[in-house]
Design a protein around this ligand. Structure first.
Ligand code: PLP
Ligand code: CA
Length: 305
Protein backbone atom coordinates (compact mmCIF):
# COMPACT_ATOMS: atom_id res chain seq x y z
CA UNK A 1 0.00 0.00 0.00
CA UNK A 2 1.41 3.41 -1.00
CA UNK A 3 2.08 5.61 2.01
CA UNK A 4 0.25 8.93 2.30
CA UNK A 5 1.98 12.03 0.97
CA UNK A 6 2.69 14.75 3.55
CA UNK A 7 1.78 18.15 2.09
CA UNK A 8 2.50 20.60 4.92
CA UNK A 9 5.21 23.05 3.82
CA UNK A 10 5.66 21.47 0.38
CA UNK A 11 4.53 24.17 -2.04
CA UNK A 12 4.95 22.12 -5.23
CA UNK A 13 3.12 19.13 -3.75
CA UNK A 14 0.25 21.37 -2.57
CA UNK A 15 -0.08 22.90 -6.05
CA UNK A 16 -0.18 19.44 -7.66
CA UNK A 17 -2.71 18.29 -5.05
CA UNK A 18 -5.08 21.21 -5.68
CA UNK A 19 -4.77 20.84 -9.47
CA UNK A 20 -5.68 17.17 -9.24
CA UNK A 21 -9.24 17.82 -7.99
CA UNK A 22 -12.36 19.77 -9.00
CA UNK A 23 -14.48 18.97 -5.94
CA UNK A 24 -13.49 18.89 -2.28
CA UNK A 25 -15.79 17.19 0.24
CA UNK A 26 -15.10 18.55 3.72
CA UNK A 27 -15.91 16.86 6.97
CA UNK A 28 -16.86 19.72 9.35
CA UNK A 29 -16.09 19.10 13.03
CA UNK A 30 -12.37 18.48 13.45
CA UNK A 31 -11.51 19.89 10.01
CA UNK A 32 -13.13 23.35 9.82
CA UNK A 33 -13.84 23.88 13.48
CA UNK A 34 -13.99 22.36 16.92
CA UNK A 35 -17.44 23.02 18.42
CA UNK A 36 -18.03 26.72 17.77
CA UNK A 37 -14.37 27.64 17.32
CA UNK A 38 -13.32 27.92 13.68
CA UNK A 39 -9.68 26.99 13.10
CA UNK A 40 -7.38 29.82 12.10
CA UNK A 41 -7.00 30.29 8.34
CA UNK A 42 -9.83 27.91 7.41
CA UNK A 43 -12.22 30.53 5.89
CA UNK A 44 -9.30 31.86 3.80
CA UNK A 45 -8.37 28.33 2.67
CA UNK A 46 -11.93 27.61 1.53
CA UNK A 47 -11.96 31.04 -0.18
CA UNK A 48 -8.73 30.23 -1.99
CA UNK A 49 -10.06 26.89 -3.28
CA UNK A 50 -13.29 28.55 -4.42
CA UNK A 51 -11.33 31.36 -6.13
CA UNK A 52 -9.53 28.64 -8.08
CA UNK A 53 -12.88 27.33 -9.32
CA UNK A 54 -13.13 24.34 -6.97
CA UNK A 55 -16.48 23.16 -5.69
CA UNK A 56 -16.60 22.90 -1.87
CA UNK A 57 -19.21 20.63 -0.25
CA UNK A 58 -19.58 20.25 3.53
CA UNK A 59 -20.40 16.68 4.52
CA UNK A 60 -21.24 16.13 8.18
CA UNK A 61 -22.42 13.16 10.21
CA UNK A 62 -24.06 15.48 12.76
CA UNK A 63 -27.78 14.69 12.41
CA UNK A 64 -28.88 16.97 15.25
CA UNK A 65 -28.73 20.00 12.94
CA UNK A 66 -30.44 20.62 9.59
CA UNK A 67 -28.69 21.95 6.48
CA UNK A 68 -30.17 25.40 7.17
CA UNK A 69 -28.56 25.46 10.58
CA UNK A 70 -25.23 24.45 9.01
CA UNK A 71 -25.52 27.28 6.47
CA UNK A 72 -25.99 29.72 9.37
CA UNK A 73 -23.03 28.28 11.25
CA UNK A 74 -20.71 28.20 8.21
CA UNK A 75 -21.64 31.75 7.25
CA UNK A 76 -21.27 33.06 10.83
CA UNK A 77 -17.82 31.48 11.04
CA UNK A 78 -16.68 33.22 7.83
CA UNK A 79 -17.47 30.54 5.24
CA UNK A 80 -20.43 31.97 3.27
CA UNK A 81 -22.51 29.05 2.00
CA UNK A 82 -25.96 28.09 0.87
CA UNK A 83 -28.07 25.03 1.45
CA UNK A 84 -26.76 23.28 -1.67
CA UNK A 85 -23.20 23.38 -0.28
CA UNK A 86 -24.20 21.17 2.69
CA UNK A 87 -24.87 17.46 2.89
CA UNK A 88 -25.66 16.10 6.37
CA UNK A 89 -26.58 12.66 7.65
CA UNK A 90 -30.09 13.88 8.57
CA UNK A 91 -30.66 15.04 5.00
CA UNK A 92 -29.08 11.87 3.60
CA UNK A 93 -31.52 9.81 5.73
CA UNK A 94 -34.50 11.88 4.57
CA UNK A 95 -33.54 11.49 0.90
CA UNK A 96 -33.06 7.75 1.33
CA UNK A 97 -36.46 7.32 3.02
CA UNK A 98 -38.41 9.52 0.62
CA UNK A 99 -36.76 8.62 -2.70
CA UNK A 100 -35.11 5.21 -2.41
CA UNK A 101 -37.00 3.12 0.14
CA UNK A 102 -40.13 1.75 -1.45
CA UNK A 103 -42.54 1.86 1.50
CA UNK A 104 -46.17 0.75 1.19
CA UNK A 105 -48.58 3.73 1.21
CA UNK A 106 -49.87 2.81 4.70
CA UNK A 107 -46.36 2.44 6.23
CA UNK A 108 -44.74 5.77 5.45
CA UNK A 109 -44.33 7.27 8.93
CA UNK A 110 -40.95 7.30 10.63
CA UNK A 111 -40.40 6.71 14.33
CA UNK A 112 -37.48 8.99 15.18
CA UNK A 113 -34.97 8.67 17.96
CA UNK A 114 -33.13 11.93 17.44
CA UNK A 115 -33.17 15.69 17.61
CA UNK A 116 -34.84 18.50 15.64
CA UNK A 117 -32.35 18.37 12.74
CA UNK A 118 -33.64 14.96 11.66
CA UNK A 119 -37.25 16.08 11.95
CA UNK A 120 -36.63 19.20 9.86
CA UNK A 121 -34.94 17.26 7.07
CA UNK A 122 -37.68 14.60 7.06
CA UNK A 123 -40.29 17.38 6.88
CA UNK A 124 -38.40 18.96 3.94
CA UNK A 125 -38.87 15.66 2.08
CA UNK A 126 -42.55 15.40 3.11
CA UNK A 127 -42.03 12.50 5.53
CA UNK A 128 -44.29 12.27 8.62
CA UNK A 129 -42.59 11.79 12.00
CA UNK A 130 -43.62 10.04 15.22
CA UNK A 131 -41.48 10.41 18.38
CA UNK A 132 -38.47 12.68 17.89
CA UNK A 133 -38.69 15.83 19.99
CA UNK A 134 -42.35 15.22 20.94
CA UNK A 135 -42.50 15.98 24.69
CA UNK A 136 -44.89 13.03 25.22
CA UNK A 137 -41.92 10.70 24.68
CA UNK A 138 -39.61 12.59 27.04
CA UNK A 139 -40.64 10.96 30.33
CA UNK A 140 -40.31 7.78 32.37
CA UNK A 141 -42.06 4.63 31.16
CA UNK A 142 -45.17 3.52 33.12
CA UNK A 143 -46.90 0.11 33.54
CA UNK A 144 -49.62 1.35 31.14
CA UNK A 145 -46.93 2.07 28.52
CA UNK A 146 -45.53 -1.47 28.80
CA UNK A 147 -49.03 -2.91 28.35
CA UNK A 148 -50.01 -0.64 25.44
CA UNK A 149 -46.73 -1.11 23.60
CA UNK A 150 -46.90 -4.89 24.02
CA UNK A 151 -50.50 -5.21 22.75
CA UNK A 152 -49.87 -2.62 20.02
CA UNK A 153 -52.64 -0.25 21.11
CA UNK A 154 -50.11 2.58 21.68
CA UNK A 155 -48.25 1.95 18.42
CA UNK A 156 -49.00 3.93 15.27
CA UNK A 157 -49.86 1.31 12.59
CA UNK A 158 -48.47 3.58 9.84
CA UNK A 159 -44.89 3.52 11.16
CA UNK A 160 -42.71 1.63 8.67
CA UNK A 161 -39.25 2.93 9.62
CA UNK A 162 -37.28 3.39 12.83
CA UNK A 163 -34.58 6.04 12.30
CA UNK A 164 -32.00 6.36 15.05
CA UNK A 165 -29.71 9.38 15.38
CA UNK A 166 -28.08 11.12 18.31
CA UNK A 167 -30.76 11.92 20.87
CA UNK A 168 -29.83 13.93 23.94
CA UNK A 169 -33.13 12.84 25.54
CA UNK A 170 -32.75 9.11 24.95
CA UNK A 171 -34.79 7.09 27.46
CA UNK A 172 -36.33 3.65 28.05
CA UNK A 173 -39.74 4.73 26.69
CA UNK A 174 -38.38 5.70 23.25
CA UNK A 175 -36.23 2.58 23.06
CA UNK A 176 -39.26 0.42 23.96
CA UNK A 177 -41.29 2.00 21.15
CA UNK A 178 -38.39 1.62 18.73
CA UNK A 179 -37.91 -2.04 19.60
CA UNK A 180 -41.58 -2.86 19.15
CA UNK A 181 -41.84 -1.08 15.81
CA UNK A 182 -38.82 -3.14 14.69
CA UNK A 183 -40.47 -6.33 15.99
CA UNK A 184 -43.48 -5.47 13.81
CA UNK A 185 -41.28 -5.25 10.72
CA UNK A 186 -40.20 -1.59 10.52
CA UNK A 187 -37.00 -0.90 8.53
CA UNK A 188 -34.09 -0.10 10.88
CA UNK A 189 -32.01 2.92 9.81
CA UNK A 190 -29.27 4.93 11.57
CA UNK A 191 -28.35 8.49 10.59
CA UNK A 192 -24.72 7.67 11.38
CA UNK A 193 -22.75 5.31 13.56
CA UNK A 194 -20.03 7.55 15.06
CA UNK A 195 -19.34 5.81 18.38
CA UNK A 196 -18.20 9.05 19.96
CA UNK A 197 -18.75 12.76 19.70
CA UNK A 198 -15.96 15.27 20.35
CA UNK A 199 -16.98 17.95 22.87
CA UNK A 200 -14.84 20.17 25.07
CA UNK A 201 -11.64 18.38 24.00
CA UNK A 202 -13.04 15.05 25.14
CA UNK A 203 -15.27 12.28 23.75
CA UNK A 204 -18.93 11.69 24.63
CA UNK A 205 -21.48 9.15 23.28
CA UNK A 206 -22.26 9.55 19.57
CA UNK A 207 -25.22 8.29 17.53
CA UNK A 208 -23.55 4.90 17.04
CA UNK A 209 -23.63 4.34 20.80
CA UNK A 210 -27.24 5.47 21.18
CA UNK A 211 -28.44 2.90 18.64
CA UNK A 212 -26.66 -0.05 20.32
CA UNK A 213 -29.48 -0.94 22.81
CA UNK A 214 -31.97 -1.21 19.93
CA UNK A 215 -29.60 -3.31 17.83
CA UNK A 216 -28.88 -5.52 20.83
CA UNK A 217 -32.51 -6.05 21.84
CA UNK A 218 -33.83 -6.54 18.30
CA UNK A 219 -30.90 -8.63 16.99
CA UNK A 220 -30.92 -6.37 13.91
CA UNK A 221 -28.24 -4.12 12.48
CA UNK A 222 -29.40 -0.78 11.09
CA UNK A 223 -28.59 0.38 7.60
CA UNK A 224 -26.45 3.44 8.19
CA UNK A 225 -26.79 6.56 6.09
CA UNK A 226 -23.93 8.82 7.17
CA UNK A 227 -20.22 8.53 6.36
CA UNK A 228 -18.77 5.92 5.58
CA UNK A 229 -21.99 4.55 4.08
CA UNK A 230 -21.91 4.53 0.31
CA UNK A 231 -25.64 5.30 0.35
CA UNK A 232 -24.51 8.81 1.30
CA UNK A 233 -21.81 8.92 -1.39
CA UNK A 234 -24.36 7.81 -4.01
CA UNK A 235 -26.76 10.52 -2.85
CA UNK A 236 -23.99 13.16 -3.05
CA UNK A 237 -23.06 11.98 -6.53
CA UNK A 238 -26.75 12.01 -7.51
CA UNK A 239 -26.94 15.66 -6.47
CA UNK A 240 -23.58 17.09 -7.58
CA UNK A 241 -22.67 14.78 -10.50
CA UNK A 242 -19.01 15.06 -9.50
CA UNK A 243 -16.32 13.07 -11.25
CA UNK A 244 -15.19 10.74 -8.44
CA UNK A 245 -11.65 10.53 -9.83
CA UNK A 246 -11.35 14.34 -9.45
CA UNK A 247 -12.94 14.50 -6.00
CA UNK A 248 -11.11 14.55 -2.66
CA UNK A 249 -12.58 13.80 0.77
CA UNK A 250 -10.97 15.73 3.63
CA UNK A 251 -11.49 14.47 7.17
CA UNK A 252 -10.17 13.86 10.67
CA UNK A 253 -11.65 10.41 11.33
CA UNK A 254 -10.47 7.23 9.62
CA UNK A 255 -13.51 5.02 10.17
CA UNK A 256 -15.95 7.64 8.85
CA UNK A 257 -14.29 10.22 6.56
CA UNK A 258 -11.26 8.46 5.12
CA UNK A 259 -13.06 5.12 4.75
CA UNK A 260 -15.92 7.00 3.05
CA UNK A 261 -13.55 8.38 0.41
CA UNK A 262 -11.58 5.15 -0.03
CA UNK A 263 -14.70 2.96 -0.34
CA UNK A 264 -16.20 5.51 -2.74
CA UNK A 265 -13.09 5.20 -4.96
CA UNK A 266 -12.53 8.94 -4.90
CA UNK A 267 -9.38 10.31 -6.54
CA UNK A 268 -7.95 11.14 -3.11
CA UNK A 269 -8.43 11.46 0.63
CA UNK A 270 -6.72 14.02 2.87
CA UNK A 271 -6.30 13.47 6.60
CA UNK A 272 -5.94 16.44 8.96
CA UNK A 273 -4.54 16.24 12.48
CA UNK A 274 -6.94 18.73 14.09
CA UNK A 275 -9.67 16.27 15.09
CA UNK A 276 -10.27 12.82 16.56
CA UNK A 277 -7.62 10.62 14.87
CA UNK A 278 -3.91 11.38 14.70
CA UNK A 279 -1.48 9.87 12.20
CA UNK A 280 -0.65 6.91 14.46
CA UNK A 281 -4.18 5.64 13.66
CA UNK A 282 -3.41 5.12 9.95
CA UNK A 283 0.18 4.06 10.63
CA UNK A 284 -1.07 0.89 12.38
CA UNK A 285 -0.86 -2.26 10.21
CA UNK A 286 -4.58 -2.96 10.81
CA UNK A 287 -5.78 0.61 10.06
CA UNK A 288 -9.36 0.62 8.80
CA UNK A 289 -8.44 3.07 6.02
CA UNK A 290 -5.30 4.92 4.95
CA UNK A 291 -5.48 8.43 3.43
CA UNK A 292 -3.60 9.34 0.25
CA UNK A 293 -2.47 12.73 1.64
CA UNK A 294 -2.05 14.32 5.05
CA UNK A 295 -1.44 17.76 6.54
CA UNK A 296 -1.12 19.06 10.07
CA UNK A 297 -4.09 21.39 9.56
CA UNK A 298 -6.38 22.42 6.72
CA UNK A 299 -4.90 25.92 6.40
CA UNK A 300 -1.55 24.35 5.44
CA UNK A 301 -3.06 24.15 1.94
CA UNK A 302 -2.85 27.94 1.84
CA UNK A 303 0.89 28.03 1.31
CA UNK A 304 0.83 31.59 -0.06
CA UNK A 305 0.09 32.83 3.46
N1 PLP B 1 -22.75 13.88 15.45
C1 PLP B 1 -22.95 14.95 16.26
C2 PLP B 1 -24.17 15.02 17.08
C3 PLP B 1 -22.04 15.99 16.30
O1 PLP B 1 -22.26 17.06 17.09
C4 PLP B 1 -20.86 15.89 15.50
C5 PLP B 1 -19.90 16.96 15.53
O2 PLP B 1 -20.19 18.10 15.92
C6 PLP B 1 -20.70 14.77 14.69
C7 PLP B 1 -21.66 13.80 14.68
C8 PLP B 1 -19.55 14.63 13.76
O3 PLP B 1 -19.66 15.60 12.76
P1 PLP B 1 -18.65 15.67 11.54
O4 PLP B 1 -19.01 14.56 10.60
O5 PLP B 1 -18.86 17.03 10.96
O6 PLP B 1 -17.29 15.51 12.11
CA1 CA C 1 -15.12 15.09 11.91
Amino acid sequence: MASPKYLTGDKAAIEAFIDQFDTFLFDCDGVLWSGDHVFEGVPETIGLLRARGKRTVFVTNNSTKSRDEYVKKLTALGIPSDVDDVFGSAYSSAVYISRILQLPADKRKVFVIGEAGVEKELASEGVAVVGGTDERFRRDITPADFAGIADGSLLDPEVGVVLCGLDFHINYLKLAYGLHYLKRGAVFLATNTDSTLPLHHDLFLGAGSVMVPLANASGQKPLELGKPSQAMMDAIEGKFHMDRSRTCMIGDRLNTDIKFGVDGKLGGTLHVETGVDKKDAWQKPDAIAVPSFYVDKLSDLRHEA
